[in-house]
Design a protein around this ligand. Structure first.
Ligand SMILES: Cc1cc2nc3c(=O)[nH]c(=O)nc-3n(C[C@H](O)[C@H](O)[C@H](O)COP(=O)(O)O)c2cc1C
Length: 202
């Protein structure tokens, strides 16, 4: 089977993409508006970019009416965000925060997500996240405007919070202790517990 994306509508192409590009890590992103209201939402079109300088990216698409999601709007206003990683125990709460609330209403308040202050940026971080990256906006690449239009947001990592309890005896993050989840197609998720090892060729 071959698919020519030109022949499919956006929803169909989206379903092929989220059903095949997997598993995707989830960035649970906290931001703050220019007026100081905190916002929290999950984004799974998310990846690391490079380590010099330490940079990551995620992709908020526009709403069906073409307006930007609150996360993007806040980052445009303030230039800062925090990427919190999601452990299995936080899955339900993470999912709740994907609800579309009116701009100016905080998912942290509504869904009682515990937070802690950040060090280098104004948005708070999620208290239960095993790892949180404080980021300053590097650039926004607008892929397309209007309904479902795509945006890639690049952030410079300024600070990394790591919960001590996720470190293994070698001092490195232990995947079992982090127990992160990823997103696959539809409403499905995976845990990061099924792993195998391959040595790199010399
Ligand atoms: C696990 C998960 C991953 C998501 N990934 C994305 C994504 O990569 N891009 C996107 O635009 N929306 C994504 N969403 C939907 C947003 O979380 C949702 O539109 C949310 O209301 C946006 O909130 P905001 O307007 O406060 O930024 C995802 C939802 C879930 C549950």
């Amino acid at each position: 089977m071959d698919i020519d994306p030109e022949t499919l509508n956006t929803k169909c192409i989206y379903e092929w993409m989220i059903g095949t590009l997997l598993p995707r890590p989830i960035a649970w992103i906290s931001t703050v508006s220019g007026e100081g209201v905190s916002n929290l939402a999950p984004y799974s079109f998310f990846q690391g970019v490079c380590a010099r300088p330490p940079t990551l990216m995620f992709c908020p698409v526009n709403h069906r009416d073409g307006s930007p999601k609150d996360t993007l709007r806040n980052i445009r206003e303030t230039g800062e965000f925090v990427v919190n990683l999601v452990r299995f125990e936080d899955a339900l709460q993470m999912n709740q925060t994907s609800k579309t609330l009116p701009f100016g209403e905080s998912e942290l308040d509504q869904f009682k997500v515990d937070s802690l202050p950040s060090i280098r940026v104004r948005p708070v971080r999620v208290a239960t996240a095993p790892v949180a990256f404080e980021c300053r906006l590097d650039r926004i690449v607008v892929i397309s405007e209007g309904p479902a239009g795509g945006n890639a947001v690049f952030g410079r990592i300024l600070r990394i919070h790591v919960e001590d309890s996720i470190l293994g005896t070698d001092g490195r993050p232990d995947p079992d202790r982090m127990d992160l989840i990823g997103r696959v197609g539809g409403s499905d998720y995976v845990r990061t517990r099924d792993r195998f090892t391959l040595d790199r060729p010399s």
